[in-house]
Design a protein around this ligand. Sequence first.
Ligand code: MTE
Ligand code: HPA
Ligand code: MOS
Length: 792
Amino acid sequence: MRHFKTDKPSGSTNNAIGSSFIHESAVKQVIGKAAYIDDRPEEVNSLHAYPVLSTISSGKILSIDTSDALQIEGVVAIYGTQDIPGKNDIGPVFSGDILLTDDVIEYHSQPILLVVATSYQTARIAARKVAIEYQETAAVIDIKEAIANKSWVRPPHALHRGDAQQAIKDATHQVSGELYVGGQEHFYLEGQVSIATPTEDGGMFIQSSSQHPSEVQHLVAKVLNQPFNYITVEMRRMGGAFGGKETQAAPWACLAALAAYYTGRSVKIRLSRSDDFKSTGKRHPFYNTYQVGFDDNGLITGVDIDINGYCGYSPDLSDAIVDRALFHADNAYYYPNAHINGNRCKTNTVSNTAFRGFGGPQGMIMAEQLVDDIAYYLGKDPLEIRKLNLYAPGRDLTPYKQKVEQFILQDMIAQMEQESDYWARKAAIESFNKTSPIIKKGLSLTPVKFGISFTVQHLNQAGALVVIYSDGTVHVNHGGTEMGQGLNTKIAQIVAQTLSIDMQHILVNATRTDKVPNTSPTAASSGTDLNGMAALNAANTIKERLFEFAAKHFDVKPDSLALVDNQLTHEKGQISFAELINLAYLNRISLSSTGFYATPEIYYDREKAEGHPFFYYAYGIALSEVEIDVLTGENTVTRVDILHDVGNSINPALDVGQIEGAFIQGMGWLTTEDLSWNDNGVLASNAPATYKIPAIGDTPAEFNVTLYDSKNPATTVFKSKAVGEPPFMLGISVWSALRNAVASITDYQFAPSLNTPATAECVLGAVQVAKDWLQDQKSGKQGTDKKGTGDA
Ligand code: MTE
Ligand code: HPA
Ligand code: MOS
């Protein structure tokens, strides 16, 4: 059952906001008309390029022999580092991300050369024919080795308040634990792809499946040693991105541009699925430890958390990602005394990158682990411990000293407890488990509090360009990119509402760097917050001009003017919007405007580790019910209830779609998506056959998503809230429910730790730990004491 408002009556245009318009591309996608880069007709004489990828993870190149490859018919050229006219370093924030290497190899499948040929197949085959000799050195794959060597891609950073160690020592009870948190492959349906076409001015026109067209523009310019104004990037839509195309679409565009620069022809690069798996970064795996002190009621008095992100070989975005893990290691709970340290560990693997939640999920899961551990230790219900420790008035300061100002989780949980029958279901599950020897059920309700804003301050800005043609139709450009999330649809709704015209008069299509410049990535869930506000400002500028003109032209009082239902109304009468526009045109009124927006109030002082990094928080809760088979570890999610806060929803259907998709993606991350590298750093799980994302059959049989009824107290566009990432972390409830099911074996006295992904194998391991613990208790052995959380 889905709970959301359906389409408003089409008679009125003053309520575009809040209506469930279908996604701007939906019909085109269903009938196959929505074009992705690889669907575009190719230019005459187009070429294809394919990278030569390293076959070792660590070492040096001794020799390269391209003679066999060059002999293959159709091979046009092979380029290497010496051919790069500008910079070979394409690091987005810090240096260290290399386009091609001719010397040191730092990860398996690192690009070395670029083969250019007349067909895709030829380029791929020739790339494999390049003979390279290496001197191999031992690769660092294990994160604990990197930690022991203090091998970082960026220096550590820590949050602190009070004396955490003293507070833990002084507490009535202490618990400690550790958790390995797995990474995740983005598995966008459309892989990395780019086409570069030389322009008549000697510049480059780039089509790139990128969340960050401006950065692609800048990096192509740097690689080719050209000014920014000679490079234009266009991005119509992505077939999914999920963070994987924030920085890591750029190298492929740069390589295509390098080949186009020399050949003077249009060049396309598209990675095969398994090369995309191997040579692009993923969600960072983490290894985290914690200690917590608390009183008899389970009230937390101090925490000490150590967070270690597995960054791969270079900085990429890892500094900001580990920061976001730190900022979310409290999740929704108040830690009076806290020390939270974050390490950026360097390993000989591909550089890990942004992925929905951007490190937040890997930090947040620690908070959920420690509240669960407190509950099992004290023999209390985990939900009671969660409620007790929530941020509340007077207990409102985060470890980075931002004050929490909205306290809706209490009410959301109360609503869920009642509407989803938490207590009755919990009782039923406990009695079921007593009599069911093989199938055990588990239940868990976990909250999400997610900070909205880029943690890099200057990225919190956006531009838009609204143009009205003389027939009254509107074209909107903005700095954001469409990746399936429905951004273009929401932006059209914002403009429709502002001008009070029907949606069919508004077109939002390709993002282009020559229309809206200096844009930020569409990331941090901020696409609508930033670009929507910029589009609103642009539309309002034109609206003001129209009102000023109409007041004079019709000789009416300015405050009698209103745009309503495709009309301009005033004290003397009315005129249709299209007529008004034509009249304004004839009277030489400018009908286009840019709009700009910069998020107010946010800052972060890194020296002091404090500030106000987030404009506001988005909230949600999920209640998941699972079943495990204690003989095999197999498990199923049987029912999920979600209550999520999107503020005043701009488009309830799109928001519910984002919540459903994010939850399922989060569940996949924590249960079945198992990245596996061998000791040499080769990714063994590099195709759908060996890497399991959730399928439709994994969707919970009962899946209820409800939007929480509230407006954003922060001044966002129409009081809405960002939705893209926050519900991803609702998936943590599945993992917590799996632990709850395992804990039933010990009568909830002890819950083994459950590393993620909690695959069937991993759940079975935890079941064994629980059974051993029980055996030890029965035979009177001291064995594992209650304080340990064991290790599955
Ligand atoms: N939804 C779809 N369908 N496809 C995607 O690639 N990316 C997610 C989220 N939802 C994604 C998605 C991520 S990681 C982010 S940051 C946001 O969308 C970005 O878009 P927004 O800021 O417009 O919400
Ligand atoms: N989220 C996503 N991308 C980013 C961020 C962030 O917080 N900061 C810099 N790039
Ligand atoms: Mo999303 S990980 O911020 O692209």
